[in-house]
Design a protein. Sequence first.
Length: 289
Amino acid sequence: MLYDALVGPFTEFEFMRRALAAVIALSLAGAPIGVFLMLRRMSLVGDAMAHAILPGAAVGFLLSGLNLFAMTAGGLIAGFTVAILAGVVARSTGLKEDASLATFYLASLALGVSIVSIKGTNIDLLHVLFGNILAMDNQTLLMVAFNATVTLLVLAVIFRPLVIESVDPLFLRTVSRAGGPAHLAFLALVVVNLVNGFQALGTLLAVGLMILPAGIARFWSRDITGMICIAVFAASISGYAGLVLSFQTRVPSGPAIILVAAALYIVSVLFGSVGGLVRQMFPGRHLEA
């Protein structure tokens, strides 16, 4: 009975196996990006960028329908455009970057929804906003896996300056000029992974598998490497459990995955070994001289 509930769906149905493979790929690439977003206090920036890709994906949909490459290319162009424009406005005026980005992402979200509504139906709009990981085909899975591989390779190259800049950006500026290129490369990885997640979870939930696992890891480790490993594990477990929940109930797959991750986050807030509420209420005895 337990085997049929937890393993059976993946042995019997190919679409479940594809969905699980996609979730693992998204977890391997997106969770480390989420950890650095959290360390750099850019979590809300990631959420804003997730909405910013919508008009580009919508234009791709308007021109080619639910075409994978058209919507991916459009999402990438829109994401980079919004990031650049927000940065230019923030540096050219007195407006802070977070306010500038919020303005552009709200406009992008409204524009994207309008574009999809002009040509498509409510079902198309729901697909763009919330995704459908259970409908993933081999072509989409290969693209998700390719983007995840590129993300891990680039992250390995910029890992050292990214860590140093997250901890002490002033020190990095005094000893190296790698901070600027590493930051730009990191922003590019954020956009790529949001577009990656868009294929499975839609624009509204794509950032979920990046930010929530990072928040979970924060309550279990102080070490960056440990946080990354825990975040990847939490994202993978959330994806697996969410797919099982979706298969056994009427809950859509994307929201089910994010709800499981949110439940793990609440457990971590309560019982996490690093700053969890229960740990604070009942601290262990300190070393005595």
